[in-house]
Design a protein around this ligand. Structure first.
Ligand code: HSE
Length: 414
């Protein structure tokens, strides 16, 4: 029988995920993995583990020769990057859940892996319990992956579910998401879409070999969604979700963004409620595949860390095949999107920049239109998220070429 590697872990962080991992490891003796030390920021807090396990000295982990794996589940992305860099340079494998850190430092992290030849695994950084990263990395060949459409942030999905199904107000729903350990310590990261775009950067890398900074991807969160938008959705038998998507266009380039979108009731993503995440993949011959699971919370996130630890026993590391063995895909902004925009006053809406306006509703105090915009317009302007304006993508949002079929009806305004 083969003997697998023994893992001696140095753990950074003992919050929702760190403590979850500690408890899970106690229940999985077969893994042959032990936590030797836990580095925390603040000493003196009461913690549910023996005091002797804790230190505030990061070097006590990073320079301990017995420790062969650093698990990093902290909040501060710059501190996390320093830990990861030192750990890899000191010959230790790394497991990380820090999506913000990875998204902001992707080129350096890729470089460090190449220089050291050591594994850096990050399944917990996107979609928590759903094994999406290793799947995208290993299963889908470059040419087969047509599109990915996903709900990647548990807190915003939880808030939308509580607001529009249980009629809770926004602040109560957010507080609940915080109490349940789903939200980031700065919940603006969830609500305004930063967390989702960071995760999307990680996923685009493993899916398409794309190396991009989050500043260059179009995104927003759910901060502008109004009750009246949800009513329009319900009238059309749809609901609103915060959706991350990537689609390979006919020119071979990839359209990618994170925006609120109307989701039809028979769409797989409509099934995704509360803190669950969902990923719909369209590929060459399999047609659609749907991955579903908890996207936030202590044990669901720690379970992904556990799976990375298990993979390390076999010396698994990402090969980044799409990046190094194929020609990596490029992003494109050359396409159009069908959008719903609701607003208080038309003076805030540059209607002349629409290719077409298909619906126009000005009968109530909250007005809205549905029309087609060049994607570039959203990237280079901010009117669509200012002055109490709310933008939601139509269910069939991406339009590659403007032809008669795609432009339903040109309405004359005024
Ligand atoms: N704040 C994140 C979310 C936690 O709500 O999805 C999991 O990454």
């Amino acid at each position: 029988m083969n003997t697998h590697k023994t893992l001696t872990i140095g753990l950074f962080g003992f919050g929702v995920v760190g403590e979850g991992l500690y408890k899970i490891l106690k229940q999985t003796a077969s893994l042959n993995a032990t936590i030797k030390k836990v580095c925390i920021k603040h000493a003196g807090k009461k913690r549910n583990a023996p005091e002797a396990l804790f230190t505030t000295d990061k070097d006590a982990l990073l320079f301990d020769e017995d420790i062969n794996v650093i698990v990093e589940v902290i909040d501060d992305s710059e501190a996390a990057f320093e830990i990861v860099t030192t750990a890899l340079r000191n010959g230790k494998a790394v497991v990380s859940a820090s999506k913000k850190m990875i998204a902001e430092h992707l080129p350096e992290i890729l470089q460090l892996q190449q220089e050291t030849g050591l594994p850096f695994l990050c399944e917990a950084s996107a979609c928590a319990s759903i094994p999406v990263i290793r799947n995208l990395e290993e299963y889908y060949d470059n040419d087969l992956l047509h599109s990915i459409k996903a709900i990647v942030n548990g807190s915003t999905n939880f808030i939308l579910t509580k607001m529009f199904e249980d009629k809770l107000d926004f602040n109560k729903a957010l507080l609940l998401a915080q109490q349940l350990g789903f939200a980031e310590s700065n919940p603006v990261l969830d609500v305004e879409g930063y967390d989702a775009v960071n995760k999307w950067i990680v996923i685009l890398n493993h899916a398409y070999g794309i190396v991009e900074h989050p500043d260059n991807l179009l995104f927003t969160g759910i901060q502008n969604i109004q009750q009246s938008d949800a009513l329009v959705a319900a009238k059309n038998n749809e609901e609103i979700k915060l959706v991350a998507q990537a689609k390979k266009l006919k020119n071979g380039k990839v359209a990618a963004f994170v925006l609120p979108q109307f989701i039809q009731h028979d769409d797989h993503l409509a099934f995704v409620k509360n803190e669950y995440n969902g990923v719909v993949i369209e590929s060459g011959f399999a047609d659609k595949q749907f991955f579903y699971g908890k996207g936030a919370g202590s044990f669901p996130t720690a379970s992904a860390v556990l799976s990375d630890l298990s993979a390390l026993r076999y010396d698994y590391k990402y090969e980044y095949k799409k990046l190094y063995h194929h020609k990596p895909h490029e992003l494109t902004n050359e396409f159009y999107v069908r959008v719903y925009v609701s607003f208080e006053d038309v003076k805030y809406i540059p209607t002349d920049r629409f290719e077409s306006i298909e619906q126009w509703h000005v009968e109530s105090s909250r007005k809205y239109l549905v029309g087609v915009l060049p994607f570039e317009e959203l990237l280079s302007n901010t009117w669509w998220k200012e002055n109490n304006t709310s933008l939601v993508l139509a269910a069939d949002a991406i339009i590659e070429n403007l032809d008669v079929k795609n432009i339903k009806k040109q309405l004359k305004i005024m």
